[in-house]
Design a protein around this ligand. Structure first.
Ligand SMILES: Nc1ncnc2c1ncn2[C@@H]1O[C@H](COP(=O)(O)OP(=O)(O)O)[C@@H](O)[C@H]1O
Ligand SMILES: [Mg+2]
Length: 264
């Protein structure tokens, strides 16, 4: 059984898109690795930006992940902590007098892990160092623990990854500035003591980056981990004027992912 955490250089870098494609690759296109249909469970620990449907907050990422994972999970099983407003999750939590805790994120993760899927894929939120808010002494008095600079001690989503020791996959959104963002993110994941096993070059924008191949080549030279896919931007309408569905985009993308590195 393998467990991965998908992070990225930033929000909107393609974490959900690529996560769906990785799941699709495991469940449909690369069964030859294990010679059986692989079971994949998905987990989106926190989301902010949801639609209220029949009294339930539905996040689009969780919905998409549920369409590709194959362990019969409900949306709330995939994404138990959800906020309506599309803002930083810990700020959304604070507005509701709530606190996001690593303990809850871990309990919810263990629920997903208990499905015993061949692969559990966890999609992060934002980038690597997503704040969860200040740590408090207890939920009763809610007093913040201060550090030596008399500032509140913060917890981050990356602390959950540290505690669960998930293998990390880094999505790099290929745009100007991505070399810096990719290297900083990789260095920080490694400095946090985690295993960043692979990176993926993703073109998340219809506006192609100047000197794309040179930039990919630079990252290949500097990052000491394998690049397991180079993904083009796929437009909503193809050259013949036909609509391209999300499923079609994911199917095409899934075929480009080299899963063998992830199965080691
Ligand atoms: N390679 C791609 N081709 C086409 N659209 C993409 C690609 N990568 C990302 N997108 C689109 O870009 C937007 C942001 O991607 P998303 O996966 O939601 O990012 P994140 O999860 O990191 O916030 C979404 O609308 C997604 O469908
Ligand atoms: Mg997402």
């Amino acid at each position: 059984m393998k467990q991965f955490f998908v992070t990225a250089t930033d929000t909107d870098a393609g974490k959900t898109f690529v996560s769906c494609a990785i799941i699709r690759a495991f469940t449909h296109h690369h069964n030859t690795i294990t010679n059986k249909v692989m079971k994949v469970a998905a987990y989106k620990p926190i989301s902010a930006g949801c639609e209220l449907i029949d009294g339930q907050l539905i996040n689009e990422d969780a919905k998409l992940l549920s369409e590709f994972a194959n362990c019969d999970q409900s949306i709330s099983h995939i994404n138990p902590i959800a906020f309506e407003q599309p803002i930083a999750p810990h700020i959304a939590a604070k507005k509701q007098n709530e606190q996001i805790t690593i303990a809850d994120i871990k309990i919810n993760y263990l629920q997903v892990k208990s499905l015993n899927a061949d692969v559990t894929l966890v999609e992060g939120a934002g980038g690597w160092r997503l704040p969860l808010g200040p740590v408090s002494t207890s939920s009763q008095n809610n007093s913040e623990i201060k550090n030596e600079d008399n500032k509140p001690t913060y917890q981050f989503l990356s602390d959950f990854v540290k505690e669960t020791d998930l293998e990390v996959i880094l999505i790099v959104n290929m745009k100007l500035g991505c070399l810096n963002h990719a290297l900083l993110t990789y260095e920080t994941i490694t400095a946090d003591g985690l295993n960043c096993v692979a990176w993926i070059a993703n073109c998340a924008s219809s506006d192609p980056m100047n000197n794309l191949s040179e930039n990919i080549f630079e990252l290949e030279k500097i990052l000491p981990i394998p690049k397991i896919a180079q993904l083009d931007f796929i437009a909503d309408v193809d050259e013949e004027g036909n609509d391209v569905s999300y499923l079609e985009k994911i199917n095409r993308t899934a075929k480009k992912i080299n899963l063998s590195v992830l199965m080691k």
